[in-house]
Design a protein around this ligand. Structure first.
Ligand SMILES: *Cc1c(COP(=O)(O)O)cnc(C)c1O
Length: 389
């Protein structure tokens, strides 16, 4: 007996689902060096262009000089340092919630929140297109787990009818592979009617959405009554690393007492929190980044429509081009790469079968001219992959 890994890997290759990691040889930015080539990238989640911002870099340098590098221990032992605490207070104020709790990654924040809130005898209801970390969290929790139709409050309501115990409704704010917004007002109304709690993971909304970058809850004007559990990640629009859960005093204390992915891990390097404090300030105050980004989004959508590309219903910097077949998505991505453009092909199981796509992401760091380069290349390449259907 042995593990037949070779067969598993070969099957994945044959199905055009094999993954490869592009090697980045430069900092994040529109112009990158990847696998030895200069490329214009449209696939990073650095939506506001803060990942390589000089003031954020300086804040991290200063943070390392003052606080050293390692977190040293878990938050409950001796790893909870002043920059972590200051960042939590700033994030609470930013989200308009009484408290916020800092995590090292969004994946862990989601595991922590879901598993601390529901368990055996309870119910967790999730959008079927939720991020993998939310789905994994739901399964791990041991609660009754059910997925409702994408963004469908009626489908949610019918599942709420059958729910037992404490019930948590979980949704992405901005859906990570489609770019559309969760219909939070409707989902929230359905949840509240049944006394369920709504948890929103707005990894892709913080930064691009809302007048001050406060994400989908700022966009819709929803407070803690409507969204008692609010998750944000710091590796995307914030340009740094980590994540947070924001909510009531009792919610945060519950996570500190019971959430295993919070308790049993080393705190993030304090200098990263110093960097995030700076990027939070830039994210809130430099509205021109959002304004420029929104102009790029509008231009991309109108240019793509002229070419005849199939876009999704997205008002966000995530602008997927629906291709369908995995092999064709890979071919389109390869053709763009030959022309110096980097756009990733997203295939199952990350997205549902038959819905492979090119996930174009726009950033405030892109210039209008760079976006025209992308549109020109798409106009040239798209007919080459759509001809042979
Ligand atoms: C990226 C992402 C996460 C994970 O966050 P990390 O900090 O990268 O672990 C969680 N939820 C959503 C919706 C995401 O897009």
């Amino acid at each position: 007996m042995s593990f037949d890994l070779a067969t598993r890997l070969a099957e994945r290759r044959v199905a055009h689902l094999y993954r490869q990691r592009p090697l980045l040889e430069s900092p994040q930015g529109p112009q990158v060096r990847v696998d030895g080539r200069e490329l214009l990238a449209f696939c990073s989640n650095d939506y506001l262009g803060l990942a390589n911002h000089p003031e954020v870099i300086q804040a991290m340098r200063d943070g390392a000089a003052q606080w050293g590098v390692g977190g040293g221990a878990s938050h409950l032992v001796i790893g909870h340092s002043t920059p972590h605490h200051q960042l939590e207070e700033a994030l609470a104020e930013f989200t308009g919630r009484p408290r916020a709790l800092l995590f090292s990654t969004g994946y862990m924040a989601n595991l922590a929140a879901v598993t601390a809130l529901v368990g055996q005898g309870d119910t967790v209801l999730e959008d079927r297109l939720n991020h993998a970390s939310l789905l994994d969290a739901g399964l791990l929790s041991g609660a009754r787990f059910s997925r409702y139709l994408h963004n469908d409050a009626a489908s949610l309501a019918s599942r709420l009818e059958k729910a037992t115990g404490n019930t948590l409704v979980v949704s992405d704010g901005v859906f990570s592979m489609d770019g559309d917004l969760a219909d939070l007002p409707a989902l929230c109304a359905a949840a509240r009617q049944k006394g369920a709690w709504l948890m929103v993971d707005d990894a892709h909304g913080f930064g691009p959405l809302g007048a001050t970058g406060g994400g989908i809850v700022e966009h819709y004007g929803l407070g803690i009554e409507e969204v008692p559990v609010l998750v944000g990640t710091l590796g995307k629009g914030f340009g740094t690393a980590g994540a947070f859960v924001a909510g009531s005093e009792e919610l945060i204390e519950t996570l500190i007492q019971f959430a295993r992915p919070y308790i049993y891990t080393t705190s993030q390097p304090p200098a990263v929190a110093c960097a995030t404090l700076k990027s939070l300030q830039l994210l809130q105050t430099e509205s021109w980044r959002r304004e420029h980004l929104n102009r790029l989004i509008a231009r991309f959508r109108s240019g793509a429509a002229e070419i005849g590309l199939r876009l999704m219903d997205s008002p966000t910097p995530i602008q997927p081009i629906l291709v369908g077949d995995s092999e064709r998505a890979l071919r389109l991505s390869a053709l763009l790469r030959e022309r110096g453009l980097l756009v990733g092909a997203i295939r199952p199981p990350t997205v549902p079968a038959g819905s492979a796509r090119l996930r174009v992401t726009l950033s405030a760091a892109h210039s209008a001219a760079q976006l025209e380069q992308l549109l020109d290349a798409l106009a040239e390449c798209w007919p080459l992959v759509s001809e042979h259907d």
